[in-house]
Design a protein. Structure first.
Length: 116
C-alpha cells in the first residue's frame, strides 16, 4: 500500500529525493545529481539539481544560492532559487513525489499499454 504525502514546497521534494537517492535508483529510474559552483568577482552561484526521466518526461528539481554585487561584497545581495520542473515547465512537488512513490505500478501499466 502506497501512502501519499503532500509535498508543499520544492525544498521538501528536493530533500526527499536527496535522502532517498539510492532507493529511487533501485526502482529503475535513471537519476543524476549535478552540482553548480560558479563565480567571479561580482557574481557567485552554488547549488545542486537532480535530473531524471520517467517514461518520456524529464524532471529537474534543485536549488541555487546566488550572491551578486557590482562593487562591494559588504553590500552584496543574496537570494535562493528553488525549482521543480517537468519538461522545463513548473510542476507541483506532490505530483513528482506521488509519481516516484507509485513508479512500479505506473511502469507496469505503461508496459502493458505498449504490448496491447
Amino acid at each position: 500500500m502506497t501512502i501519499f504525502v503532500k509535498m508543499k514546497t520544492n525544498k521538501e521534494i528536493y530533500g526527499y529525493i536527496n535522502k532517498n537517492f539510492d532507493k529511487i535508483k533501485s526502482l529503475g529510474i535513471e537519476i543524476i545529481k549535478e552540482e553548480n559552483h560558479w563565480g567571479d568577482r561580482y557574481h557567485s552561484e552554488n547549488g545542486e539539481e537532480f535530473i531524471f526521466r520517467i517514461f518520456s518526461d524529464e524532471y529537474r528539481i534543485g536549488y541555487c544560492y546566488t550572491t551578486e554585487d557590482s562593487d562591494d561584497w559588504a553590500q552584496a545581495e543574496c537570494y535562493e532559487s528553488n525549482w521543480c520542473c517537468k519538461n522545463d515547465i513548473h510542476t507541483k512537488p506532490e505530483e513528482v513525489f506521488n509519481l516516484i512513490e507509485s513508479y512500479h505500478q505506473l511502469n507496469r501499466e505503461f508496459k502493458l499499454k505498449q504490448v496491447l
